[in-house]
Design a protein around this ligand. Structure first.
Ligand code: NAD
Length: 498
């Protein structure tokens, strides 16, 4: 019988009372590997109430003690990294190397959470008026919630709950219904690390469960990562309900290729950044803007892309895995067809890709479109597949304008040997994360993940110092002490003050 995934509420793994379940599929085989409950709304209410109870004592646990529990958690995650990666690769399809990276990027956030005593330092000014001092503390909010996508089943939940919990909050996580098993393993290790019950809770489901969380009056803050329409919905609904919301959406990331760049570096980086993880990364490069003479490199790019092959996660030779499900594959195939219909030159078409032994897998081969214009659907939509678009520009100014006219602002990069070109680019581009001779510039957790424009709705971003600000409230105290109240009096103090 297929495994039914539990809830994790108040420190216990329990079966949901839900009557409806969704299948969790291995995308390389279509095998149903588990069933995930559409959690009953009353179970979510109960989880939120218990998280509220846990908050009362968790917020009083000394900050260094909270950090120590995260040190233990970091150790356990490292110890079980391979096991987590295998679960992740089976339900998500990405290669084992990629899955290990997914877990690792999450572990790095846990390491950041271990610095919480320093991160929670407030500010002080002595003598804001004569003998009056002002100082601020930052304090946790209460029960926070996180809603996560399928494409980073370890890293993205770990962007959220370690930072929130280290700050003294308690947390409700609703993982992607398409890849929910990884989160359960993260919770198992969390429990083993010795965190008190009710601090982290996991409920499952989709739209209805998310909407219930967005409307629940006891949820103080919501972190969301997913597609643009849902990010917008989560932001509007959450803020309408007067909650703090950070909502990360989709993207269309461009790489500018200057003619003075190292050609081989450009090509190697384009292959991995466009097709790695089957293009299912919010920071994937989906458009290369070839400037001037770099337009002569089209054949080299095509040759390099044509050599890579998708495969099952356990195949070391596979460059990437399948798409997550049937709908995702259908969307990519529809967009490839639209590329032909709207006049792009399709240099590589991965529509008919079959991986021997895995004929039912949702695989798409590397796909390359040349002569792309910004009015085509393949340019306007996030393909989220192993596809690269080539557009041309005569100058760097023109390349910058193309990118700034695109509504998304998650990531971008420039490959060049000119410091002046790189500086101009980083200064003028309206995108929140920029790589210079680096294709996927995801900041490490002591910085923040700073998507802009349609790729992010909110003010404070994930992890780094901004993550701490997002999950806390500032309390500012202005204090005066009267010298005559000092026991025994203090003559010197009186003299100094006058
Ligand atoms: P998705 O928007 O379909 O789902 C994300 C979450 O929202 C899931 O937990 C899902 O259950 C829930 N959800 C789905 N539809 C909903 C609805 N109508 N109402 C309420 N909740 C709903 O996204 P996905 O397909 O899982 O993930 C891929 C998308 O995420 C891509 O667009 C990708 O670019 C984006 N993404 C962005 C970032 C970033 O940092 N900006 C990172 C990773 C992924």
């Amino acid at each position: 019988m297929t495994q039914k995934i539990n809830l994790y509420i108040n420190g216990a793994f329990t079966a949901s009372t839900a009557t409806a379940y969704l299948p969790v599929e291995n995308p390389a085989t279509q095998e149903i590997i588990a069933e995930v409950p559409l959690t009953e709304l009353k179970e979510i209410d109960q989880a939120i109430a218990l998280a509220g109870e846990a908050f009362k004592t968790w917020k009083e646990v000394a900050t260094p003690e909270r950090a120590r529990l995260f040190l233990k958690y970091q150790h356990l995650l490292k110890e079980h990294q391979k096991e987590i990666a295998e679960i992740l690769a089976t339900e998500n399809g990405k290669t084992f190397a990629d899955a290990m990276g997914d877990v690792w990027r999450g572990i790095e956030v846990v390491e950041h959470a271990c610095s919480i005593p320093t991160l929670m330092m407030g500010e002080t000014v002595e003598n804001v008026a004569r003998a009056v001092d002002t100082y601020s503390y930052i304090q946790p909010l209460g029960v926070c919630a996180g809603i996560t996508p399928f494409n980073f089943p370890a890293m993205i939940p770990l962007w959220m709950f370690p930072m929130a919990i280290a700050c003294g909050n308690t947390f409700i996580l609703k993982p992607s219904e398409q890849a929910p098993m990884t989160a359960m393993k993260l919770a198992e290790l969390f429990q083993q690390a010795g965190f008190p019950k009710g601090v982290l809770n996991i409920v499952h489901g989709s739209k209805d469960q998310v909407n219930h969380i967005l409307n629940h009056e006891d949820i103080r803050a919501i972190s969301f990562v997913g597609s643009v329409p849902v990010a917008e919905h989560v932001y509007r609904t959450g803020t309408h309900n007067l909650k703090r919301v950070q909502a990360f959406g989709g993207a269309k990331n461009h790489m500018v290729v200057m003619p003075d760049a190292n050609k081989q570096q450009v090509i190697n980086n384009l292959v991995g950044a466009s097709c790695g993880a089957a293009g299912q990364r919010c920071m994937a490069i989906s458009v290369a803007v070839l400037v001037g003479e770099a337009q002569n490199w089209v054949n080299d790019i095509k040759n390099a892309l044509s050599t890579i092959k998708p495969g099952v996660w356990s195949d070391d030779a596979a460059a990437y895995g399948p798409l997550i499900n049937k709908q995702a594959k259908e969307k990519v195939l529809r967009l490839i067809k639209s590329g032909y219909d709207q006049g792009a030159e399709v240099l590589l078409d991965g529509s008919d890709c079959v991986v021997p032994g895995y004929e039912k897998g949702y695989f798409v081969g590397p796909t390359l479109f040349n002569k792309v214009t910004t009015d085509m659907d393949i340019y306007k939509e996030e393909i989220f597949g192993p596809a690269l678009l080539l557009v041309t520009a005569d100058t760097l100014d023109e390349a910058i304008q193309i990118i700034n006219n695109n509504p998304y602002g998650n990531g971008t990069s420039i490959f060049t040997n000119s410091g002046a070109a790189a500086r101009k680019f980083q200064h003028e581009i309206q995108v929140g994360q920029i790589g210079v001779n680096l294709p996927i510039p995801v900041p490490l957790p002591f910085f923040s993940f700073t998507g802009w424009r349609k790729s992010f709705f909110g003010d404070l971003h994930s992890y780094g110092k901004q993550g701490v600000r997002f999950y806390t409230e500032t309390k500012t105290i202005t204090a005066r002490w009267f010298e005559e109240d000092v026991p025994g009096g203090n003559v010197n103090m009186t003299i100094n003050l006058k």
